[in-house]
Write a protein that binds this ligand. Structure first.
Ligand code: BDR
Ligand code: CA
Length: 310
């Protein structure tokens, strides 16, 4: 199985991503590292463990990481995800422990211990933990197999400002470090995730599973949909972060271009923008596979099939 580390700020869509990964035998989740993002760190570290317990996987190792961006003040998104970050289901105090190590130390130790080129990083929130690990231990950078991240946008531009997507916007300096590191990167931007919309029929199918995972994902989706109602109406909500795991499982469901992507850190109106050279006008070396398309039905098919296994 492919070894992955999920770096996350749950978040309803992060929760679906974690469940999809834990349900998939092709993936070996070495650990889950929590970061401040949608809600503060204490909540994301708790939410990640709640999701593992819902999946029936309390042995998964969850680490708490950075509680704020590298240089900026933390911006959160309770207006999207609710006060808890996981509004929509009954929350509880998880019984499984938080690991004693800091997430950044776990990232560094794991990348040094595992064979080079065998560990894939899956960032689903601001890139603070990953960039901090790269800064502190530059020797690990070349040992990363690949980074498949949710963040950024091109044609869809922004969701938190007119120009920027939330994960990149919250810690653009961290994103800049990661995109400049020279590691192979696959970007799952809003252009993809805004095509991965839930439907009423899908939510009802989940409920009909009659499992705690089916009910949980249905409840989370019911809540999460509210935010995107204005944009998509009854078409549902984008399952942003789950698309990252979908790509790991079935890359053939996605299309994109290998292009140069730069992160705006100084612009007056554009901080956090992913400046993707889609038309290759700069002559700069491509540093990321920037996805743009998704086979929506194929994605929901594997997602539903996997969630039913839990
Ligand atoms: C991203 O921001 C968060 O609110 C979601 O969990 C996702 O990772 C979408 O812009
Ligand atoms: Ca997220």
């Amino acid at each position: 199985a492919r070894k992955i580390i999920i770096d996350t700020d749950p978040g309803q869509d992060d929760a679906v991503a974690i469940l999809l990964a834990l349900a998939s035998p092709e993936l070996d989740v070495l650990g889950i590292t929590a970061v401040a993002g949608n809600v503060p760190l204490d909540l994301t570290a708790r939410n990640a463990r709640i999701v593992c317990e819902i999946a029936g996987r309390p042995e998964v190792r969850v680490y708490a990481g950075c509680d704020r961006p590298m240089v900026r003040k933390l911006v959160t998104a309770e207006y999207v995800h609710g006060k808890s970050g996981l509004d929509g289901i009954e929350l509880f105090e998880p019984g499984m422990p938080l690991q004693p190590d800091h997430a950044v130390d776990f990232l560094i130790d794991t990348l040094r211990r595992e064979a080079p080129g065998t560990v894939t990083l899956c960032p689903l929130g601001p890139l603070t933990n990953i960039a901090t690990a790269f800064e502190r231990a530059p020797d690990i950078v070349n040992r990363v197999a690949e980074i498949v991240l949710m963040g950024g946008a091109y044609f869809e531009v922004g969701n938190v400002t007119p120009a920027a997507e939330f994960n990149i916007y919250v810690d653009p300096e961290a994103a800049d470090i990661v995109f400049s590191a020279g590691v192979p990167i696959v970007v799952v931007p809003l252009d993809v995730t805004h095509k991965a919309l839930t439907s009423r029929a899908w939510v009802e199918r989940l409920r009909a599973m009659g499992t705690s995972v089916g009910n949980a994902v249905a409840g989370l989706t019911d809540f999460f949909e509210r935010f995107d109602m204005a944009k998509y109406g009854s078409q549902g909500a984008p399952l942003h972060d789950a698309c990252v795991i979908g790509y790991l499982l079935k890359p053939e469901l996605f299309t994109g271009r290998h292009v140069n992507v730069m992160i705006e850190t100084k612009g007056e109106f554009t901080v956090g923008m992913t400046v993707a050279d889609w038309w290759r006008v700069t002559g700069r070396e491509p540093n990321a596979m920037f996805l743009g398309g998704i086979d929506r039905d194929g994605f929901f098919e594997i997602l539903t099939e996997r969630l039913a296994r839990l």
